[in-house]
Design a protein around this ligand. Structure first.
Ligand code: NAD
Ligand code: IPM
Ligand code: MN
Length: 370
């Protein structure tokens, strides 16, 4: 039986609550003989700061580097609002992305048929939706230098963030988007703001060139990022794959989340470049949502984004596509049977907690395996 080494970073807020549910799912797959999962857990975010004054320790960085896949919960919360900027909880996540070279962030937004009425948009707008946002994750304004607040001679302060992209960074994320489009609807929409940003001009040129030279079988459309946000709530089904920079991808994927019913539904995969010798990619799997301080500790968070992220790990890092299909099907069936956490429940409908949703998915896996 294949054996995999998973590094778990539950993090803060609802992170640990949803990670527990993934643990029971991976135990189930292990008991079924699908694979052996060696798991180790570390600290990230506020919990790491509380333990050793850093958003992630060097030791945990090493374990993340060595793992077949990292499973990440969420970080952040009001408790750490005033810690120094460099060690704030989010810095742990950004360091993992940068140091592991996780430049490609896949954020699929699928509206399960049973949830078409849970979206804040009309049923016909979201029913059957299946789009994929491919977000560049290690460049742009998140990492560009300078990044600082300086005090001017007149005592005023000036804050600088730098949006920066190179040809190579745009080429490689474009290829990820085009390759994935080939396995789906064969359409890519590239979102940027070439009308006001030099990085948008270069982004547009590079994506156009890659599309023309290497992917003439994939339809390419360019859309200004603000218009893209509007189109996503007007008629999202016009899209198949959307490729965009780090910041636009962050915002557009939260918009896409609400098309599916809740931010608690959206999984993601962050992938590095394939290793030249082994072909293996470094990878981290995390829900799109954050630590949800408003509901943390109440046992009511939706674990589906986290569980769906584990399904992506099975598919993209562990070569267990059948197990991934089975887990996705179990989630769909549980939703179809009417089980709902509070965030996706209709007004007046009974909602279950995090644990009950996790248990319902394990039970459904059991039924599917019979
Ligand atoms: P958030 O995503 O944590 O929450 C936004 C809203 O969505 C809240 O009302 C929350 O209750 C709800 N929500 C989120 N996930 C849910 C789930 N699984 N089930 C049910 N409801 C859910 O965003 P925020 O409140 O803006 O940020 C809180 C903290 O999380 C901040 O410190 C932020 O930096 C951090 N954050 C971390 C990540 C991450 O770790 N990947 C992502 C986004 C935000
Ligand atoms: C996300 C989050 C992160 C981001 C934060 C927590 C650094 O919002 O993964 O979407 O901005 O990328
Ligand atoms: Mn975000």
């Amino acid at each position: 039986m294949a054996s995999f080494n998973l590094f778990l970073l539950p993090g803060d807020g609802i992170g640990p609550e949803i990670m527990v549910e993934v643990k029971s799912i991976l135990s189930w797959f292990q008991a079924r003989g699908v694979a052996t999962f060696e798991t180790e857990a570390g600290l990230v975010g506020g919990s790491a700061y509380d333990a050793h004054g850093k958003a992630i320790s060097e030791e945990d960085m090493k374990l993340a580097q060595a793992a077949d896949a990292v499973l990440f919960g969420a970080v952040g919360g009001p408790k750490w609002d005033s810690v120094p900027y460099d060690v704030r909880p989010e810095a742990g996540l950004l360091r993992l992305r940068k140091d592991l070279g996780l430049f490609a962030n896949l954020r699929p937004a699928i509206c399960y048929p049973a949830l078409a009425d849970a979206s804040s948009l009309k049923r016909e707008v979201v029913e059957g939706l299946d789009i994929l946002i491919v977000r560049e994750l290690t460049g742009g304004v998140y990492f560009g230098e300078p990044k600082e607040i300086v005090t001017l001679e007149n005592g005023e302060k000036r804050a600088v963030d730098t949006q920066l992209y190179t040809t190579h960074e745009i080429e490689r994320i474009a290829r990820v988007a085009f390759d994935l489009a080939r396995t789906r609807g064969k359409k890519v929409a590239s979102a940027e703001k070439r009308n006001v940003m030099k990085s948008g001009v270069l982004w547009n040129q590079v994506v156009t060139k890659i599309g023309k030279e290497e992917y003439s079988d994939v339809a390419l459309e360019h859309v200004l990022a603000d218009n893209c946000a509007m189109q996503l709530v007007r008629w999202p089904k016009q899209y198949d794959v959307i490729v965009c920079d780090n910041l636009f991808g962050d915002i557009l994927s939260d918009v896409a989340a609400m098309l599916t019913g809740s931010l608690g539904m959206l999984p993601s995969a962050s992938l590095g470049a394939p290793d030249a010798a082994t072909g293996k990619r470094k990878s981290l799997y995390e829900p799109v949502h954050g630590s949800a301080p408003d509901i943390a500790g109440k046992g009511i968070a939706n674990p589906i984004a986290m569980i769906g992220s584990f399904a992506m790990a099975l598919r993209y890092s562990l070569g267990l596509g059948e197990a991934a299909d089975m887990l996705d099907k179990a989630i769909a069936n549980v939703l179809a049977s009417g089980v709902r956490t509070k965030d996706i429940a209709a007004a007046g409908q009974n909602a279950v907690g995090t644990k009950d949703m996790g248990a319902a998915i394990v039970k459904e896996l059991e039924a599917l395996a019979r």
